[in-house]
Design a protein around this ligand. Structure first.
Ligand code: SF4
Length: 695
């Protein structure tokens, strides 16, 4: 509920929804926020905002907020409200008992991309220093982990190469597997403005997204590929570049690793990788694909923006590598107006990865096996650290089912609703002896928890978020935490109860520690952000004061850019007589992810249920009319939704969103995942759809 009134004070903070990271002026009356207006000097948004950031913050004071810690012996018991001390002691003693009985590796933690950098840093520190293992992972596992792998391998670091502003110098814009009009609206406005100014647009997406159908922009090419065939399409584009003499030879000779380039050139030039060879597989007409590849290569400035339609596949990492290959071959990395930019879904996905949330990496993407780096953290933290990579989220579930993993600390993440194959996740969590959920609402995961620790919203804490352009901005406390403690304070108390001392007085102290231990953050400070508005990592003595806006200028972070062959492998999720359609998933403008926040705001009046988009041909074949209830069945499970008959999806493909727990989109998605990172293959699920009676 938005309470209106005359504001008495104001402060500047950062939106807690998507990876654009818009700056807002929060106006307050006493301890109550009465209005949020986009901040004209915000460097990511320049005074613009969308319907989520501007209006959907009322969830912060919603009646559903958890306002007191709760515990229970068994997950079948009723919750019992307790003091913070009792809840923290309960959790700590259970974690200690588990480790005493099952070993040090029997517990782990999950960080949240909705929390601040400082809070994420503390959770991974707690796992490594207090639990004594590397069993820490992040919700980025299920969205952009292939970006981390693919860009790390090819360029040397996993981060967007440009600022959003850089698009104003792009002549050709290629959007792959992303729907910025809904998921990154303020960036979409910049993109459309540039297209209206004359930039040409290529959209690679199975759906006819708004960038294709909008009367205000016109995509030159819509490569409407079949879900699961990204790698075929990007490899075919590379084939055109290589065989039609479109490689930027001077760039490649100067900037890239010759051996890997020559191997890749020979690989993509094979006839089996031509657009014609892949036409039947991908569904993209060869002539259209050839024209798009020529347009991208001609630039002169071509920029790529991509989303989860690239990463959430069994070949997610291969596709990220394929995009990097194409960009390097055409000389489209390392200056304004070009580049390769992952559009991060959540506000702090970039930050949560930067802060050492992956089980194999300490903050700053340094491997836990590196004794020198580990030694620096050991000296600063006063503990011995494990050199062994820990468990990823899906491995934690497997270990829980096998009985070797017994305790989990989940900060700000609803893994039951957001991870694939809900039944499998629920079954694994119900095996735990101690599940601690720290969240602002009683989410689906909390049903399996023994300890519930009230989380704090972005309006209740200080800290920083890092957006998709590596921009580190301040989050400023507008009101006191509803339950008395900010998230970083809760983690600190849990660490102390576990016997590992943490004594930060303010998040600024945590950032000082991050800067001291992370070379790419060495020049980051609250004082500097206060003065400059924001900074972009890398930010240290070797960079301008505000950090680096364009990455890989002159040389790649890894030195020479490295090519890898991208062999197309069909998804295991194949259509069959039993499951003849392919389901893909996404978001709408007014809702956000699992909807925990936006469902509790007026935004629900615009989108109050998840529906299944189905092509008229497939609908007619099944006797389905617009608005009918339909059953959707996959090899993982089944659910019921209402149908929307739409030509936005091609025949053979159905589409839904996952904003409402009752629709259970992830009951249907399967365990199929990316070969390199285990990122789930949310975007391809073979299903059957049939008309059913209203449930
Ligand atoms: Fe918030 Fe993203 Fe909308 Fe900006 S574009 S207001 S960051 S949801």
């Amino acid at each position: 509920v938005i309470q209106l009134g005359q504001p008495t004070r104001e402060l500047i903070t950062t939106c807690a929804y998507c990876g654009v990271g818009c700056a807002f002026k929060a106006e307050l009356k006493g301890n109550t926020v009465v209005r949020m207006t986009p901040w004209k000097d915000g460097q990511a948004n320049e005074g613009h905002s969308c319907v989520k950031g501007r209006f959907a913050w009322g969830y912060a004071t919603h009646a559903d907020r958890i306002r007191a810690p709760m515990v229970r012996e068994r997950i079948t018991d009723p919750w019992r409200e307790v003091s913070w001390d009792e809840a923290i002691d309960f959790a700590a003693s259970r974690f200690k008992a588990i480790q005493a009985q099952h070993g040090v590796d029997a517990v782990g933690g999950i960080t949240s991309s909705r929390c601040t950098n400082e809070e994420v840093y503390l959770v991974q520190k707690l796992v490594r220093a207090a639990f004594g293992n590397n069993n820490v992972d992040t919700c980025a596992r299920v969205c952009h982990s292939p970006t981390g792998y693919g860009m790390g391998q090819t360029f040397g670091t996993s981060a967007g190469t440009q600022t959003f502003k850089s698009i104003s110098q792009a002549d050709v814009i290629m959007v792959i597997g992303a729907n910025p009009s809904d998921a990154h609206p303020v960036f979409a406005s910049r993109l459309k403005r540039r297209v209206r100014q004359g930039a040409r647009l290529i959209v690679v997406d199975p759906r006819r997204i708004e960038l294709v159908s909008s009367p205000h922009v016109r995509a030159q090419h819509h490569l409407q590929l079949r879900p699961g065939t990204n790698v075929a399409v990007i490899t075919a584009m590379a084939h055109v570049v290589v065989t039609e003499g479109l490689v930027n030879e001077a760039y490649v000779a100067e900037r890239c690793d010759t051996k890997s380039f020559n191997e890749w050139r020979a690989f993509v030039a094979r006839a089996e990788n031509s657009p014609e060879a892949f036409e039947a597989v991908s569904g993209v007409p060869a002539a259209e694909l050839r024209a798009a590849a020529r347009l991208y290569a001609s630039g002169p400035n071509s920029a790529i923006y991509y989303g989860l339609g690239v990463t959430e596949h069994a070949q997610g990492s291969t596709m990220v590598i394929g995009i990097a290959n194409l960009a390097m071959a055409c000389g489209m990395v390392g200056r304004e107006g070009v580049g390769m930019n992952p559009l991060r879904g959540q506000n702090n996905v970039q930050g949560s990865c930067d802060m050492g949330s992956f089980p194999h990496e300490l903050p700053g993407y340094r491997h836990v096996g590196d004794a020198t780096v580990r030694g620096q953290f050991e000296a600063a933290w006063g503990v011995r650290l494990s050199p062994e990579p820990g468990l990823r989220i899906p491995n934690m579930f497997e270990a829980a089912l096998a009985g070797s993993f017994k305790g989990m600390y989940v900060q700000g993440e609803d893994i039951v609703q957001s991870d694939p194959n809900t039944q499998h996740v629920a079954q694994a969590l119900s095996q735990l002896d101690c599940l601690v959920v720290q969240d602002i609402f009683l989410n689906e995961t909390a049903k399996y928890a023994h300890v519930l620790l009230p989380g704090s919203s972005f309006l209740e804490k200080d800290g920083t978020f890092t957006n998709a352009e590596r921009r580190i901005s301040r989050v400023r406390q507008a009101m006191a935490p509803l339950a008395g403690l900010a998230d970083w304070q809760v983690t600190q108390r849990l660490a102390n109860a576990l016997g590992y001392p943490m004594n930060y007085a303010h998040p600024e102290e945590i950032m000082r520690e991050i800067a001291a231990l992370t070379p790419t953050f060495a020049g980051v400070s609250y004082e500097k952000i206060e003065r400059l508005g924001s900074v972009q990592w890398p930010c240290n003595a070797n960079t301008p004061e505000a950090g680096i806006s364009t990455m890989h200028v002159g040389t790649f972070v890894r030195g020479k850019g490295r090519f890898f062959n991208t062999q197309y492998v069909p998804s295991d999720e194949k259509v069959t007589r039993r499951f003849p359609l392919l389901l893909t998933t996404g978001r709408v403008l007014t809702q956000y992810n699992v909807g925990a926040q936006t469902r509790r705001t007026a935004n629900s009046q615009w989108h109050d249920e998840d529906r299944l988009d189905i092509h008229p041909h497939d609908a007619q074949e099944r006797g389905i009319a617009d608005g009918d209830w339909v059953g959707i069945q996959s090899r993982a499970g089944d659910t019921v939704l209402r149908a929307r008959v739409s030509q936005d999806v091609p025949a053979g493909v159905v589409y839904t969103t996952f904003h409402f727990p009752e629709s259970g989109a992830n009951v249907i998605t399967t365990d199929s995942s990316d070969w390199a990172t285990n990122c789930p293959e949310y975007k391809v699920t073979a299903v059957q759809v049939s008309k059913v009676m209203q449930p």
